[in-house]
Design a protein around this ligand. Structure first.
Ligand code: AMP
Length: 114
């Protein structure tokens, strides 16, 4: 089932896009949890981590990692460090069922996460 992220991909609703390729979109989170909070998503609809097939989606996931590294460099958080998070399902607090990787940085983070 399509989510609000499909509307962002199709430019039906606005987002603050920081990176786009044929397969990937990255935009600022509307409710940022850190000075830098970007969502990196595939353009195809994969609801959640458990729907990933390693062989089928390997290059897509690699592109998401390349995008994260590029954005982190562009936003000057690569050297100090950052966090990449996939929330999967209810216990992790996943709200939007379109696969997304959170890129969080620009402040010191705690561990373990809440
Ligand atoms: P999750 O809880 O992992 O499913 O994360 C969903 C994220 O999407 C949250 O951090 C929301 O703030 C973010 N979000 C929801 N709607 C939008 C939107 N229209 N534009 C940007 N970020 C959004």
């Amino acid at each position: 089932m399509s989510t609000i992220f499909s509307k962002i991909i199709n430019k039906e609703i606005p987002a603050n896009i920081v990176f786009e390729s044929d397969t990937i979109l990255a935009f600022k989170d509307i409710n940022p949890q850190a000075p830098v909070h970007i969502l990196i998503i595939p353009k195809i609809e994969i609801p959640k981590v458990t729907d990933i097939n390693g062989k089928e989606h390997a290059s897509l996931l690699g592109e998401m990692m390349d995008a994260a590294n590029k954005i982190a460099k562009d936003m000057n958080i690569a050297d100090d460090g950052f966090r990449l998070v996939f929330n999967c399902g209810n216990n992790a607090g996943q709200d939007v069922y379109h696969l997304h990787m959170h890129l969080l940085g620009g402040r010191k983070m705690n561990w373990p996460p809440g």
